[in-house]
Design a protein around this ligand. Structure first.
Ligand SMILES: Cc1cc2nc3c(=O)[nH]c(=O)nc-3n(C[C@H](O)[C@H](O)[C@H](O)COP(=O)(O)OP(=O)(O)OC[C@H]3O[C@@H](n4cnc5c(N)ncnc54)[C@H](O)[C@@H]3O)c2cc1C
Length: 546
């Protein structure tokens, strides 16, 4: 949601999706009123719910947004051609040569492009056509049933995920949102050994088996959760599957990349696959854009950072969802003991553990490690007391600001609103404490202007002041204020945002924070180390012609 919001794409998803506020876990079918309920509102996020949208709708909303851009005559808006299949490709020194076939009339077309990104799912042709690109992992032993059905029962609510975590086998029911009684039903049905373990049988991270009938599924539910009577009706489809946990050995080979399910697949429990893929794309897109516009100092370093940053995240999600699946569905004595005896006590007496669990599940706790990514600034403040400063690789923090609109009025705006408006560039934020926003009283304003002049094409500067209030008349005209006099200067009233970024009053030091277009911090330095920021930028972005 954060990413879609950042790109101005979230509205139709919010408007049409189901907002799930609760995760309800039943462990005792004889006492259904005593279920454990985890509130999804208590999360480290601007969104106090998990959002469920149908996958075909997800595609429609994104295509609609492209068409809207096209109708606004924006340049470089591509068409999405659904009937084109990539047949083969070859990487050359300075381009990629690809052949696609129109599956309606079998006419082939050649494409010459600078880079190729395979977002072509678990069977990725892009991945398979490069020798040495592997998709390592395992097929889990458990078998599962999946069905989109109608359910009318007071325990199964349309704004919650309902689960029955039982030794006899897990059942999870997700609202689908088309109507209030339509749900996606998932149940573990067995634990057989898998015979064929090649990845050719993987479908969407799942391996297809023979399908169950509605009657078989109903029998399973009746036996498993009796005396609760849950009737499954009018299935749209029913399928059986096995879970695959796989990840590629690399995300980039020369001019070719892979993203999404082409790079990783895992248990659908936890609903993370599409989220992971969208994040891959968000990470790679701004890097490719910098390279294509000749704005990257070291092309290879920048493009390699895609793998360095995203591979560990993919690996963690595979491990995390694997662990969650085992915890929720394993029926050995130890897992069952952990689930029925340890977890409830942990969750009841250590609310922080529920908070961490939910945030991990929603991928709200992701950071990239400066040690593993060469495009993150490895900065150490001069004293350990100043270590609170936000670190490169951390996700941005949000908070409320005031935008000066006239001599008399200020408008409320959030930090994420600001990042949305600067989304195509990096944002360099100067946290001024209360040192003022004129070059006379604050020498760092001059530094900010200097950096802006060097990196006009890639960096948008903004100033966040803490003065209680700044009057429009006191705000100097900044050369970077192309569209309006005040729009790059914001005021914080409560000091919370400064604190979230680690710019503490007691240190009395102003700080620069450079935020990447994908909303991760690239660099953060205190004022006395601004030369370090400049040196970092020297190695990162090309300077604009003055
Ligand atoms: C039952 C189930 C429930 C899930 N629930 C969730 C959830 O709640 N939340 C979540 O985040 N994720 C969920 N996922 C995972 C999610 O569906 C996938 O992670 C996501 O669809 C991956 O997107 P993708 O674009 O990488 O791949 P895909 O969605 O597989 O898209 C790949 C596309 O590439 C096309 N293609 C393939 N080969 C070629 C070729 N040679 N030439 C041209 N095009 C090609 C395909 O036709 C397809 O359109 C779930 C998955 C399953 C199976």
């Amino acid at each position: 949601m954060d990413i879609l919001d950042n790109r101005g794409l979230l509205y139709p998803f919010l408007e049409n999706g189901v907002k799930m506020k609760q995760l309800c876990i039943h462990q005792d079918v004889h006492d259904p009123n005593n279920a454990f309920k985890a509130e999804l509102s208590n999360m480290n996020s601007n969104f106090s719910f998990a959002l469920m949208n149908r996958q075909n709708k997800t595609v429609d909303y994104l295509i609609d947004a492209l068409h809207e851009k096209k109708s606004m005559r924006k340049k470089h808006v591509p068409n999405v051609e659904f009937c084109m299949e990539l047949i083969k490709y070859e990487e050359k020194d300075d381009h990629v040569f690809a052949v696609v076939k129109n599956t309606k009339n079998n006419v082939e077309e050649e494409i010459i492009c600078q880079y190729l990104v395979g977002c072509d799912g678990v069977h990725s042709t892009v991945r398979k056509r490069i020798n040495g690109w592997t998709f390592e992992g395992q097929t889990l032993k458990s078998s599962w049933a999946l069905a989109d059905v109608e359910i009318d029962h007071e325990l199964v609510k349309y704004d919650q995920i309902t689960s029955f975590v039982l030794n006899e086998g897990l059942i999870v029911i997700f609202p689908l949102g088309a109507r209030k009684n339509t749900f996606r039903f998932v149940a573990k049905i067995g634990d057989e050994e898998k015979k064929n373990e090649t990845n050719d049988h993987v479908t969407h991270g799942l391996t297809n088996e023979t399908h169950m009938t509605l009657e078989e599924l109903q029998k399973l539910v009746d036996e498993r959760i009796a005396p609760i009577k849950l009737e499954l009706k009018n299935p749209v489809w029913i399928s059986n599957f096995k879970i695959n946990e796989r990840i590629v050995n690399r995300y980039r080979t020369g001019r070719v990349f892979i993203a999404g399910d082409a790079a990783h697949c895992h248990s659908p429990l936890g609903g993370q696959g599409m989220n992971l893929g969208i994040q891959d794309a968000h990470n790679l897109a701004f890097k490719l854009a910098l390279v294509i516009r000749n704005q990257a100092v070291d092309v290879n370093k920048l493009l390699d950072s895609y793998e360095h940053e995203r591979y560990p995240v993919g690996k963690n999600i595979i491990e995390g969802t694997g662990y969650l699946t085992k915890m929720m569905s394993g029926n050995d004595y130890f897992t069952s003991f952990l689930r029925t005896c340890v977890a409830p006590i942990l969750f009841q007496f250590f609310p922080q553990s529920v908070f961490n669990f939910q945030n991990n599940l929603m991928q709200n706790n992701l950071h990239y490690l400066p040690g593993s990514s060469e495009i993150l600034h490895k900065y150490k403040p001069r004293s350990s007391a100043e270590n609170k400063l936000i670190e490169a690789g951390h996700y941005v923090q949000d908070g409320l600001l005031m935008k000066i609109t006239s001599h008399k009025s200020h408008e409320r705006i959030t930090m994420l609103d600001i990042f949305r408006s600067t989304a195509l560039k990096h944002t360099l934020v100067l946290f001024t404490l209360n040192k003022g926003v004129t070059a006379d009283c604050n020498p760092l304003i001059e530094t900010l202007l200097e950096i802006y002049n060097d990196y006009k094409n890639t960096i948008t500067p903004i100033i966040i002041s803490y003065q209680g209030i700044v009057h429009a008349a006191d705000v100097p005209f900044m050369p970077f204020q192309e569209e309006g006099r005040e729009q790059h200067i914001f005021v914080e009233r409560k000091f919370e945002l400064h604190e979230k970024y680690g710019v503490m009053k007691e240190f009395g030091k102003q700080a620069f924070v450079l935020v990447r277009p994908d909303l991760y911090v690239a660099s953060a330095v205190f004022e006395d180390d601004v030369d370090e920021l400049k040196a970092f930028l020297d190695q990162y972005l090309t300077k604009a012609d003055r």
